[in-house]
Design a binder for this molecule. Structure first.
Ligand SMILES: [Zn+2]
Ligand SMILES: [Zn+2]
Length: 373
């Protein structure tokens, strides 16, 4: 079982008091990754993202408002967000816990309701981000510019992330699962998204008819749930996830002197089900929890904790502190995931070795005591 709220002062390398405010010691800008082709727009991403944003603007029409719709939008962001934070991120990308296959696949299907790419593509981009954080070729560093880190990176072809070769390199374990392969090769993901989206107007029409007894009342309530619970919630969920890539690599405080610009940002933590404690995450990517200080509440870990209590989650990776203490005591936790290899410090499955120049940069940064401009 993982501990709630391990002390940050003994996990990783805590920042000195002089840097605890999060101020970057050396400002750094990055050019676009060399593998990005600005002449190749990925319309498959641009069109649905733009269309759903535009459609969500109808929320400003007063006739389409209902308090139920607003509540569904607000509550839906963390609810559906768990498909990404727990399913895609901690379960698939980091293998921080193990759940039965039916539940793992269920989380992956649930994540389709957030319309955020297939598991293999999402995991590929995220593992690559951890290997090259805020250095070339990080796919979405905001050091290029804020909008690039937030969503522009999605709109252009990047041969380092969107090819079968890159997925084989970074998400080999995902592609080995026929279920995820099916999601990769078919339209099942978008179909699940559309199907769940249609439930809103259908349920809205039925309940609107029952409560108002009029066709117009049913239509108003139906569209209200569709716009607020479906469209607005989708847009808010996207920006919550994208903020983890953009805001938490620019704004916030640092608990640890990690070798990139990650920050802990309370606002992002609030909207992204705990993922805003991003500096904690970068300091210990394998751990299932990012709850390091008492106020750094991590709702995603609370759900993992609950799953573990229910016997549905096993091999939940503890904090680095707990793992080290266990090793010192000579106790080998039986719940360490086999896929992570022999060392509990290893973060990813089949993680590729960074090329020599990159490793040299990492070494140089460490020798510099942090970032070298
Ligand atoms: Zn990051
Ligand atoms: Zn991560």
């Amino acid at each position: 079982m993982s501990d709630l709220g391990p002390s940050p002062t003994v996990v990783g390398q805590p920042v000195s008091s002089g840097t605890a405010t999060g101020a970057r010691e050396v400002s750094t800008r990055l050019p676009l990754p060399a593998t990005v082709r600005l002449d190749s727009v990925v319309w498959l991403y641009v069109i649905p993202i733009a269309a759903i944003h535009l459609a969500a603007l109808t929320a400003f029409i007063p006739w389409l408002f209902s308090w139920t719709g607003l509540a569904l939008a607000v509550l839906g962001v963390p609810f559906y967000g768990l498909g990404i934070t727990l399913g895609y991120h901690r379960l698939l990308a980091h293998r921080s816990l193990t759940v039965p296959k039916w539940l793992e696949h269920g989380f992956a299907l649930f994540a389709q309701c957030s319309l955020q790419d297939t598991p293999a593509k999402w995991v590929t981009v995220h593992r690559m981000h951890h290997v090259f954080s805020d250095e070339q070729p990080d796919p979405h560093s905001p050091l290029v510019n804020f909008l690039w880190g937030h969503f522009n990176w999605l709109f252009y072809q990047n041969t380092a992330t969107r090819t079968i070769g890159s997925m084989q390199k970074y998400a080999h374990d995902i592609l080995q699962d026929p279920f995820y392969m099916r999601l990769e090769k078919s339209c099942l993901g978008p179909a699940v998204y559309l199907a769940h989206l249609l439930l809103y107007p259908i349920i809205g029409a039925v309940t609107g008819w029952m409560t108002t007894g009029t066709g117009m009342g049913a239509l108003q309530f139906s569209l209200s749930l569709f716009v607020w619970g479906g469209l607005v919630r989708t847009v808010l969920g996207w920006h919550a996830t994208w903020s983890v890539n953009s805001l938490t690599h620019l704004f916030g405080y640092r608990n640890y002197e990690t070798n990139e610009g990650s920050r802990n940002n309370w606002f992002v933590a609030l909207v992204a089900v705990g993922e805003g404690w991003h500096n904690n995450h970068h300091s210990d990517p394998a751990a299932a929890s990012v709850w390091h200080r008492w106020w750094e509440f991590d709702p995603t870990y609370c759900v993992i904790f609950l799953l573990e209590r229910l016997g549905l989650a096993t091999k939940v990776i503890e904090s680095k502190t707990a793992r080290r203490a266990r090793r010192r005591r000579g106790v080998r936790k039986v719940e360490q995931p086999v896929a992570l290899g022999q060392s509990s410090e290893v973060v990813f499955v089949d993680l590729p070795t960074p090329p020599e120049p990159h490793r040299a940069v990492r070494r140089r940064n460490r020798d510099d005591g942090g970032r070298s401009g």
